[in-house]
Write a protein that binds this ligand. Structure first.
Ligand code: ATP
Length: 236
């Protein structure tokens, strides 16, 4: 579904991402792990059209979408839940979700709203509450639900458990497990490498802007050279 080939992205003269390649197949849950500053956010943002790569290609469902705008990618079926959530705090839960479904018809949007109310009981209970009053865990669920409202073929999430209390981290990983069971395709950046390896089919390890390893959780955990990915900077 997604093929990233040799992607390089720079901030000025500095390459934050160098020659990164990865693939995500339909129905796969893929983790993207690595220490602080490894380039994980840069890679997601380069795929989602928020950053323009200096080199390399992004192919989505067979089409070259390198450098496409986020709006065009969203319409093609690629949605991103950005770091720090970025929900509209003055709007209600329902209004935030409706905005997420802006690319859909009114009829589709209405049935998608019902689906989100079922998938996220916490949001159903706060349907008419302004999003600014939600807890961190509720806000994260709203951000994910809003992205799902566009019916993405591929949903990318940037650090969904960041800054959440341990019990809410569990809620986020339960949700990822739930979406995986539904056969959805996910690409998830996580600092919490150990949990992400359990939650994914495969993962890529980034370090200093480069993909240094890939494999299943079991394969990656056996690699002594990746120890620092899991301990000291790799755990939240
Ligand atoms: P974190 O987990 O801390 O978010 P990350 O793996 O997502 O880390 P990035 O945020 O992609 O890493 O950052 C990769 C590198 O690019 C880091 O060295 C960072 O300091 C640098 N960087 C990120 N954003 C910018 C920017 N806007 N301008 C200049 N340098 C940046």
């Amino acid at each position: 579904m997604l093929e990233v080939g040799g992607l390089t992205t720079k901030y000025g003269a500095i390459s934050a991402l160098r020659d990164a390649s990865l693939t995500v197949g339909s129905g796969e849950v893929i983790g993207l792990i690595g220490p602080n500053g490894a380039g994980k956010t840069t890679l997601l943002n380069s795929i989602a059209g928020l950053l323009t790569p200096a080199a390399g290609t992004v192919t989505f469902n067979g089409a070259d979408v390198t450098g496409s705008s986020p709006e065009k990618l969203l319409r093609a079926g690629l949605a991103l839940v950005p770091e720090h959530r970025r929900i509209f705090t003055d709007m209600t839960v329902e209004e935030n979700l409706k905005i997420g479904g802006i690319t859909r018809s009114a009829l589709e949007r209405s049935s998608d709203l019902d689906e989100m109310a079922e998938l996220f009981p916490v949001l159903r209970d706060k349907w008419t509450t302004a999003a600014g009053f939600l807890s961190g865990g509720e806000a994260q669920q709203l951000a994910i639900a809003r992205a799902l409202m566009s019916r993405p073929k591929l949903l990318m999430m940037d650090e969904p458990s960041l800054g959440l209390a341990p019990v809410l981290v569990d809620v986020v990983f339960d949700l990822i497990a739930n979406l995986r069971t539904q056969g959805r395709t996910l690409l998830v950046v996580e600092q919490n490498a150990t949990r992400m390896l359990e939650a994914s089919d495969r993962a890529y390890v980034l370090r200093s802007g480069e993909v240094v390893a890939t494999g299943t959780g079991a394969e990656l955990r056996e690699r002594d050279d990746l120890f620092d990915t899991f301990v000291g900077g790799g755990e939240s």
